[in-house]
Design a protein. Structure first.
Ligand SMILES: Cc1ncc(C[n+]2csc(CCOP(=O)(O)OP(=O)(O)O)c2C)c(N)n1
Ligand SMILES: Cc1ncc(C[n+]2csc(CCOP(=O)(O)OP(=O)(O)O)c2C)c(N)n1
Ligand SMILES: [Mg+2]
Ligand SMILES: [Mg+2]
Lengths: 325, 352, 325, 352
């Protein structure tokens, strides 16, 4: 046990799973000799060789497409897409094939594979390096979509994802890769997919987020806590299938809900949560469900990045408005 | 740069004896049976379709030699990765006639092939499955399996980015995959000349440093031997290849298409002279004592097989709503469970 | 004026715009000599020649990518994707370039182009021929997404789409292509993008749909009308930007809302409508907002197609449940 | 199949006189200035980046001859369709130094090029812009414009499906587009040998029935003349071509990269000997009386230009939040208007 960053936790999960299971392979652009542009795959090629840690041509459709074939032929590929902004070159392979092969073959071919990619803004990078399009995957039936918010979950969820017989889109909040360290258990452990975590229980208002937004809602909850508002803070961890039960039970108690994501608001993940909770919990609601999100725009370059990005101040404002409704 | 066309059995049924190689009479008769079976299955499906008893069908007529010739050289542990106009190849490898009727009849259960058959389900999105073939071969290489993977796609597939990426990947990693293109001259209404500026499709192999060859796709001997040669090489030496089978789509693109809108019917008469079954029949007649008696007997047997398959297809219970849900995930998540309940309740309450 | 089908209306819109504006070009697989697999582009190549009506190689990324270049260089391309299920091969070009070129060039390059594609089930076809993934486009900032439900709108909306300086994803309900005929004005006319149509006003409940679902909700409204439930029936016509005002005003009046689409439910278009109306109209709501949709599955082949497809009976049921809440 | 390397100016600064052709002393001096300007701009950007005054930067050092040589032959009505490591080419065509600082500094306003410049914005998604180039050329053909389009991309781009689709489309429709590949040997940590199995990139042209050539990309004369030849041909005869410029990425991939992780620093010393600027300087010294005085005077001028651009960049007011919204659509839809209001209110209420 030692304090480690999220990127280290991800790296450790890959090391441990590859060590334990010879059918796990890692592939992607710059994942081998370079160890990944964020170092998620550092040290793997030295340990497991070029056969199992594969530097690929610059071609996302191939990375996903070849992973499909590998999964059909008994391997468990963990593919890396360098940045979420580049996944669309391989989108057909994901939505038309990864998500469907099990159904298409009527159960004959599992798609036991993971597609990892860093998502989100906050690193002041070039265009296509700040995307947050998780809603597109969440809407695609046949996929699971997992987004950790801290090193401990990142390791446990990635291990679960690799072991999951179904395909998992594993979105890593690059902003958090090195932001904080957490005590990380040394052993190989699992964090369940599909289960949210109640980070802090509270009775006045429910605040839900995932990935990079979790530290932000924690901060906001702390802030309003000082004002006497007792917020329940939930980290979804999986957005498809999302843990509706946990959110719904929380809203039954609090009667108020704020959802936070950095992705564009319209037709985003927050909409589904709001719609479902509205359906199930209408009579519990003491105020409209509020969404704090990125705007319906292209994620801006560095100079305006922060203006688009939800922060704890914006969340606090939404909490105030919801409490005062 | 025009690659020459490999041919063994010409349009008149004459063969270059030596080139027939290790094919025994039994093998050849098997080919002949399978080609006829495929055509009968196809004709029956077309007529069922006209009667509203079958879904939209992509006819394989004219491509029987390509279909059977590419599948026969494969060993059991090899893989066939087809597009959708390959049911002749599927039958050759053991897919049942009735399953294919089910599939084309709109019943997903027909797409579940027996566990021991290394055949991937039909891939409708053009070109995408070439990358699956590559991945299967890549896994085989990693695992040290001595197998090869054969992908089949149409002339239209060569325009897709995935075609390029697949061949590039196979070239880079030296994978045991053979890419077969059934150049049937058409992608719906697009003649192959409008698909690309090169004279042949085989010559595209050069861009990936793999071998490319062009074969008379209506000559089952040439298809068989060429595929066998490159399949063996792939299996033994991990070398990839591109094989262009020059054939012809004798029917409409599918039953939803009307080819007279874009091609002259005369051309069909030209290609009828090159019919793959006719030529093999002539060869068998001249060289192996085939005659009308044998022909009729065989046709009666095959027709019965096809009719039985139709019966099976038409007598199977309709699929349960569950089947829409159950294969989406290994275990149904709450939303699917809830939705399946919705369906059941709706049906229970008399809903339609 | 004569009674015409939707496919004829689309064809007429293309003829008239190409005739009027020499910069309009049509491109796609089988659009020229074959006139399109559904005959939407019939007669165009004969009239406008192969330069302006272009049979393309079988390559969706190219079709969209080349259209982008054409738009940059002063043409107004109307690209056809043969079926919505095949658009993902060109998805990167759409979300990363069509939707962004205007922003990326800071207003220098408009993307005045239309991407037409038939969507939806109901024609008992092969896999990938029944898709309804409009939510993915709606979530993509920078695009407009238009879906007509009848011949008259189809013509007017397509003409507006071609004239719109921004890129329009034009989704055609293939099930309705030939289902009914409507009196079609002969002249070139526009139907505004972004405006819903109240097909039938009513006071008890609002029922919203678009595209192929519109006839179904009309049927349902008629059915419940006989039982004394006065439904307001709204055809959205554009889903991005959707006409929030019209829906919101309607719900203010009726207090009840049912949304219908054939796409998968989770993270679908219905979620955004429900979320936004829940936000704006919480206090007007007399019952939870209900969604009648396709399930979270791969659109089934013919034998089970109808089980997945919303029909008027399912809508009637949802109306009953909402009224009885 | 190895295409031979076209060279005019060798590493020692000796040129095949005849091959210099119509390039005047003035032209050559212009090239030399632009190459130096590009390097100075680049070095300054790198140092700003280290000081936190600039965003992630993709250094162009080593590729100045490729950049300037490909842009010079273009006529005003021609188009340049770059990836992101082409600011030397952009400067050559008239993009301002300060705009490029703004862009790489994270200010979108720097991506607005003057209306009269036919240059598309930087394309970060590898390969995608090759199709835009094709579309621009296709439009030109339809409209009967006598222009050509030059796309530039890296060696990594050849693996993408879009590369294939773009060249195939250009071949089929006979479009006036020249595809330039800056083969700088690396795609981040991937050496070009791992990108494809062919020996050269130029030879891939064969798969599209267009011409492919390979040029010393550090030889500005060879780059200029080859691009000019094929640009003229494209403009006049609507013929497409693939030009591989063999050069070297002397720096890290970007300032976020550390190339010592995957390549030996020694190789840099090898390539320093082939430096494009050094060789042109030697040539100018020997043949055109260039000397240290002139050099210093020029460098002082160029440095001042760069310093002024930095000032401009650093003194510009930060962009208003409006700019995030205003270019999404020609007219803001209600949701954007509402969200912009949200931002304004938030800022007004003291929010950060
Ligand atoms: C990616 C994609 N785009 C479009 C289609 C629609 N479509 C179905 S078959 C076909 C033509 C295919 O031609 P070819 O590859 O030559 O195969 P063939 O039909 O001749 O067997 C087209 C365009 C598709 N299935 N997939
Ligand atoms: C589609 C896509 N995938 C991945 C990336 C991430 N990426 C940025 S640059 C680069 C390497 C590009 O190499 P090359 O094409 O040779 O251009 P160079 O950087 O050498 O100029 C990669 C992988 C990207 N920009 N686009
Ligand atoms: Mg074909
Ligand atoms: Mg490079």
């Amino acid at each position: 046990m030692a304090r480690k960053t999220m990127i280290k936790a991800i790296n450790e999960a890959l090391h441990q799973k590859m060590n334990e299971d010879k059918t796990v392979v890692v592939l992607g652009e710059d994942v081998a000799i370079d160890g990944g542009v964020f170092r998620a795959t550092e040290g793997l090629v030295e340990k497991f060789g070029e056969d199992r840690v594969i530097d690929t041509p610059l071609a996302e459709s191939s990375i996903i497409g070849a992973s499909i074939g590998m999964a059909m032929n008994g391997l468990k590929p963990v593919a890396e897409i360098q940045f979420m902004g580049f996944v669309f070159q391989g989108f057909d392979q994901i939505v038309d094939h990864v998500a469907r092969m099990r159904h298409r073959s009527q159960g004959k071919y599992n798609m036991q594979m993971v597609v990892r990619m860093p998502y989100g803004a906050g690193v002041r990078a070039l265009e296509h390096h700040s995307e947050s399009t998780e809603a597109l995957f969440a809407h695609t039936s046949g996929l699971k979509v997992v987004i950790p918010s801290n090193p401990v979950d990142a390791k446990g969820l990635l291990i679960s994802a690799i072991e999951d017989p179904d395909p998992v889109i594993f979105l890593e909040p690059k902003r958090l890769y090195r932001l904080t360290k957490k005590e990380l258990p040394d052993e190989l452990y699992r964090t369940p997919i599909g289960k949210a975590e109640i980070i802090k229980s509270g009775k006045d208002i429910t605040v839900v987020a995932y990935g990079a937004m979790v530290p932000i809602i924690e901060e906001a909850a702390e802030h309003v806590g000082k004002e006497g508002v007792d917020a329940e803070v939930i980290d979804l961890r999986t957005i498809s299938p999302w843990d509706m039960e946990t959110v719904s039970r929380s809203v039954e108690k609090t009667g108020r809900l704020v959802i936070v994501h950095e992705a564009a608001r319209s037709f985003g993940v927050g909409a589904e949560i709001a719609a479902t909770i509205g359906e199930r919990n209408l009579l519990h609601l003491l105020a409209p469900i509020s969404r704090v999100t990125g705007y319906d725009i292209v994620p801006p370059l560095a100079k305006l990045e922060n203006v688009n990005y939800p922060n704890s101040e914006k969340v606090v404002r939404a909490i105030h408005q919801t409490m005062e409704f | 740069m025009k690659s020459k066309l490999i041919q063994i059995l010409d349009e008149k049924g004459n063969a270059v004896e030596k080139a027939i190689g290790d094919l025994t009479e039994k093998d050849i008769l098997k080919m002949y049976r399978l080609m006829n079976l495929t055509r009968l299955w196809n004709n029956k499906a077309l007529s069922l379709q006209r009667q509203g008893r079958m879904g939209t069908l992509a006819s394989v007529r004219g491509q029987e030699a390509s279909n059977i010739g590419m599948a026969m050289p494969l060993q059991e542990s090899d893989w066939l990765v087809p597009a959708f106009r390959e049911y002749g190849a599927m039958f050759t490898r053991g897919v049942s006639l009735s399953d294919q009727y089910m599939y084309w009849g709109g019943d997903e259960r027909g797409a579940r092939f027996p566990d021991n058959l290394n055949i991937t389900p039909a891939c409708i999105t053009i070109g995408a499955h070439l990358l699956h073939a590559v991945g299967i071969a890549h896994a085989a290489k990693i695992k040290g399996e001595k197998i090869m993977v054969l992908s089949s796609s149409g002339d239209g597939s060569i325009s897709q980015g995935d075609f390029h990426e697949a061949l590039n990947w196979a070239g880079v990693f030296k994978l045991p995959v053979v890419f077969v293109i059934q150049n049937n001259h058409w992608a719906i209404s697009m003649p192959v000349e409008k698909q690309t500026a090169t004279e042949t499709l085989a010559e595209k192999a050069a861009a990936y440093a793999i071998e490319g060859v062009r074969v008379d796709g209506n000559d089952v001997f040439a298809v068989y031997h060429t595929v066998k040669k490159y399949a063996d090489r792939a299996r033994n030496e991990h070398k990839s290849a591109l094989i262009e089978l020059v054939t012809y789509r004798m029917g409409d693109h599918t039953t939803a298409d009307d080819a007279t809108r874009y091609r002259k019917p005369e051309i069909i008469r030209e290609w009828e002279k090159k019919d793959p079954i006719e030529r093999l029949k002539k060869f068998l007649t001249t060289k192996h004592g085939w005659n009308e008696d044998k022909e009729q007997k065989m046709m009666a047997e095959l027709t019965e097989q096809v009719e039985n398959a139709v019966k099976e297809y038409e007598n199977v219970d309709p699929p349960e709503p569950e089947t829409m849900f159950q294969y989406m995930y290994s275990e149904m998540p709450w939303n699917l469970k809830a939705q399946l309940e919705e369906v059941k309740e709706f049906v229970k309450a008399g809903g339609k």
